[in-house]
Design a binder for this molecule. Structure first.
Ligand code: ADP
Length: 197
């Protein structure tokens, strides 16, 4: 099965684009969604995180993800620890799900695909792109983060030009959602054609 990696900086529009492909019946595997499932009680990462951070990281028996995000936001060592735990689990879960999928092609939404050196997982790389100012505006509106918080996240990701240099296909998400949807339809036809070869 043809595997398309969907990546892009925070706020560029990955989730919005993934929804448009999903509406066409294309299976979506989203690394962030899988990571959230892996930290639910009784899931593989839950016990390890509880052991490492102690009971203070729990809220009503579940992982307090807001608290965890705060800790790793300010502590690079803890961030590395968490990533070392989660990344291999996320990628092996993606592979497990891929093995049982049947479709002409699928989309893997992996925000840090390039940053984590996993380009080889996919056949083509689709980058959702927009100017950085638009990224900042969208994230502020969606997440209510301050500009310094947004800058910190953006600076931990590849730059726009580095992502574009690695792209096979680019979705310019600078217009309205109708124009985005038209571009997705074109790519959908292109990927269907590729999957037939
Ligand atoms: P990502 O998954 O890359 O972080 P999202 O798809 O969540 O980005 O998009 C960020 C925010 O911007 C969301 O609130 C989304 O609804 C909005 N958005 C994305 N693309 C457009 C667009 N073309 N027009 C208007 N709003 C958009």
């Amino acid at each position: 099965m043809l595997k398309i990696g969907l990546t892009g900086g925070i706020g560029c529009g990955k989730s919005t684009v993934a929804e448009l492909f999903a509406a066409k019946g294309i299976p979506i595997l989203d690394a962030d969604v899988i990571a959230r499932e892996l930290v639910e009680p009784n899931q593989p990462a839950f016990e390890a995180i509880k052991q490492h951070f102690g009971a203070a990281i729990l809220k009503d028996g579940c992982l307090d993800r807001v608290r965890l995000r705060e800790i790793v936001f300010f502590d690079p060592e803890e961030k590395r620890w968490l990533e070392t735990l989660l990344h291999p689990l996320v990628y092996s879960e993606i592979n497990r799900r891929l093995a049982i999928l049947s479709a002409p092609y699928c989309i893997l939404v992996v925000p840090l695909l390039l940053e984590t050196g996993r380009r080889h997982l996919v056949d083509r790389l689709l980058v959702v792109d927009c100017p950085e100012d638009l990224q900042r505006q969208r994230v502020e509106l969606r997440d209510g983060l301050s500009q310094p918080e947004i800058e910190k996240i953006m600076s931990s990701q590849l730059s726009r030009s580095e992502r574009l240099a690695a792209a096979d296909d680019v979705l310019e998400n600078i217009g309205d959602k109708v124009s985005l949807s038209d571009q997705v339809e074109q790519l959908h036809q292109f990927y269907l054609a590729l999957s037939r070869h």
